[in-house]
Design a protein around this ligand. Structure first.
Ligand SMILES: *Cc1c(COP(=O)(O)O)cnc(C)c1O
Length: 233
């Protein structure tokens, strides 16, 4: 199998998993977006996935993503792709990230939101608020009790468009417990900000659980591209 065939087979498997999970949950598969996480993989793979019909790609490190997005633009000029930043982000990288990302999914503080708004200037940058369900400060994310305040802050920024939340499954909690904890916060967020309706949750290992609990976007790396040789920090 060449790389294109391999990626096509992986993509078919992932789509089938999403389809089965939606069927089991009584949900429309059109309501679950597939975000390909391409960190550590080359722009050539992104090009092949774009040829296969994917349009949303994510990276977690600014230094890697910037050159990769430029390379992709060379490989597939005019391809309609959108790039997401899903990794933790220092404020001094805001300007650089805004140079390549269409959406930042890892906004977890007012200060980061301010830096992104300044960097975005007259552009409108889509953002998700990264939520920490267990409040573990090492893994990034806004603790649940602070989410309403952060959401109001972001919504007041003309340069940012609040689209919803992103979460990474906490360690040592069942998916049921984690999503129960998230549910109240998401309901309140949608009540206060009706356009913030994205729930980005679920990765290669747990996308079925996430879809069962209402995820509208799954972020898939290894199941699409294979295992990563480099540990990604
Ligand atoms: C790497 C990464 C993913 C994808 O993880 P896989 O287990 O490879 O599917 C999803 N979300 C974030 C934030 C990541 O950093």
């Amino acid at each position: 199998m060449n790389r294109r065939e391999e990626l096509a087979a992986n993509l078919a498997d992932v789509r089938a998993r999403i389809g089965r999970a939606c069927a089991a949950a009584g949900r429309d598969p059109g309501g679950v977006a597939l975000l390909a996480v391409t960190k550590t993989f080359p722009a050539a793979d992104v090009a092949l996935l774009a040829d296969l019909g994917l349009a949303e790609f994510a990276e977690n490190r600014d230094q890697e993503a910037g050159p990769k997005t430029v390379e992709l633009a060379g490989l597939r000029p005019g391809a309609a792709v959108r790039w997401h930043m899903v990794g933790s982000l220092q404020r001094n990288k805001a300007r650089s990230v805004v140079g390549w990302a269409d959406q930042v999914d890892s906004v977890d503080s007012e200060r980061l939101a301010d830096a992104l708004a300044r960097a975005a200037r007259d552009r409108r940058l889509d953002v998700l608020l990264q939520v920490s369900i267990d409040g573990d400060p090492d893994r990034g994310g806004c603790p649940l009790p602070e989410l309403p305040r952060l959401a109001d802050h972001v919504a007041r920024k003309g340069e940012l468009r609040l689209r919803g939340v992103m979460t990474v499954a906490p360690l040592g909690m069942s998916p049921q417990q984690a999503f129960d904890a998230l549910q109240g916060a998401v309901t309140r967020l949608r009540n206060d900000h009706p356009d913030a309706n994205v729930i980005s949750a679920g990765m290669s290992g747990d996308l079925e659980d996430a879809i069962a609990h209402g995820s509208t976007c799954v972020r898939v790396g290894t199941a699409l591209l294979g295992s990563r040789r480099l540990a990604s920090p």
